[in-house]
Design a binder for this molecule. Sequence first.
Ligand code: PGA
Length: 257
Amino acid sequence: MNRRYRKTVIAGNWKMNMTASETKQFAEELKKIMPRAKWCDTLLCVPSCNITTAMKAFKDLRLSVGAENLHYEKSGAYTGEVSASMLKDLGVKYVIVGHSERRQYFCETDQIVNKKVHAALNADISPIICVGESLEQRESGVTEDLIALQVKSALYGVPADKLRRCIIAYEPIWAIGTGKTATAEQAGEVCSLIRAIIRNLYGARVARSVTIQYGGSMNPSNAAELLAQPDIDGGLIGGASLKPEQFVAIINAANQE
Ligand code: PGA
């Protein structure tokens, strides 16, 4: 983390978990233990059908509500999809874009990710742009090239003043939901690489202001070590964000003075 130059952001990603009733129950439990997170921003990205419920339930908690996905078109015949303006109208400030599960199961390409990034930014919503390599890609030595391609493609056409609103999340696919975390050094190294890519594209001043998160089995026992890396400015947390006490423990790790 480097709070001098950029925000630390701890974000939960509930994926396809939690009903509206469970969301309310979660908020009740969270209220009892949620710290005043002075040193980091906190948010939970929830299924779109639960956004309104979550907004109401988390109102007193200083916890923003984000979405997990959006469509890139403004409106139209796209049954089942949700547009940026629909999210904006609900008060959403963050949306996850290009999560590896969306790339893998819903065929999202780098071009689609780029269109979604623009759609979010045009609606004043901060995209949390996910990038990351598979185990095969890591083992065959293409991690750096792949991450560069994903980052450059996602940011294609994004001007510097809008880049400040973007968060990049480095999520190695082999670490997601597997309990296998990248070591702090491995994660830190790729997050530094991402900042270097942004520096080449936008210059040093912009690059140092961008929040870069790590995601992939982040939990209370590894969060502090990961967050101690200079280029890891927060986490995108799946499994552990479904348990109030674990989510709070990670927030506490990021909230050290
Ligand atoms: P995980 O998920 O923390 O359960 O590994 C992270 C993510 O997919 O964003």
